[in-house]
Write a protein that binds this ligand. Structure first.
Ligand code: URA
Length: 269
């Protein structure tokens, strides 16, 4: 990292720590806790959880017809541009009719790191870009403390259209949008995924565990279209952190895990 960038990252980190209440130095000598533990654990097998929404729906033959159509439409896309165009003309999800814009992705499509959130809110709906509202700005500031900005990762959502009034997406909407997300991942081919919030983590990894149980470790995501499982890190959603300041400590731990893993594993970050 260049000296100016390093200074910028150090300043961002200090600002965030102050904001989070760490305004006192406790020892004479500074301790770099990020270097004290091996942060890159091998990705363990998938966390054991009850069957996923997707598996349960498939077993019951309960996938909506639009989800089957989504499989076909998504699979036919040969590039991210084609996938975006396919989503733009897909009529199988009623959310598209109430949204102002399709919110496809932001950041660097060639990056080795990809973030997946839940669904766009009002600002994202207006701008057509994910994570530009208050939780997105908060996420950007947290990521700046570990030297990440949107030139270094790709960011998208499980659901690419804003649910009216920011309601939670229904199971059917998740089942319909998931093939597009999987295709997005398979076409972008990141080396690592970060799943923001319970809905994104459960939908991609399966199971029904809470995000507080899932976070804090790399697990394997099986993405249709990719031969190898992809290491994925479930993290708390920035909107949850804004509502739950007591959870920031866990987020900090996860940010350090992410930083150490990227330093050890990825080239362009
Ligand atoms: N929350 C999300 O999950 N995604 C966005 O794009 C914005 C807020």
């Amino acid at each position: 990292m260049e000296a100016a960038t390093e200074r910028q990252v150090a300043l961002e980190t200090l600002r965030l720590q102050l904001e989070w209440g760490a305004d006192e130095a406790l020892g004479e000598a500074p301790v770099d806790r990020t270097r004290r533990q091996a942060m890159t654990r091998p990705a363990p097998a998938l966390v054991e959880r009850s069957p996923s929404l997707v598996a349960t729906a498939a077993a019951k033959g309960a996938r909506p017809a639009a989800a089957v159509r989504a499989d076909e439409v998504a699979a036919a896309a040969r590039s991210l541009q084609e996938l975006r165009a396919a989503l733009g003309s897909f009529e199988g999800c009623s959310l598209a009719a109430t949204a102002t814009n399709l919110v496809f992705a932001d950041g660097n499509p060639g990056a080795e790191l990809m973030f997946v959130g839940e669904a766009p809110g009002a600002e994202e709906d207006l701008s057509g870009k994910p994570f530009v509202g208050s939780s997105g700005q908060f996420l950007d500031r947290m990521l700046a403390t570990i030297g990440l900005d949107r030139t270094k990762f790709l960011i998208t959502n499980l659901i690419p259209w804003r649910p009216p009034g920011n309601r939670n997406p229904t199971d059917a909407e998740v089942l319909i949008c998931l093939p597009f997300l999987f295709r997005h991942i398979a076409l972008a081919r990141p080396r690592r995924l970060v799943l923001l919030g319970a809905l994104a983590a459960r939908s991609v990894l399966g199971g029904n565990a809470g995000i507080r149980r899932m976070r804090g470790k790399w697990v394997e995501a099986r993405v249709p279209g990719l031969d190898e499982p992809l290491p994925a890190l479930p993290m708390l959603h920035p909107a949850y952190l804004l509502r739950t300041p007591g959870a920031k400590r866990d987020m900090w731990t996860d940010l350090i895990l992410l930083k150490r893993t990227l330093e050890a594993d990825l080239s362009g970050t």
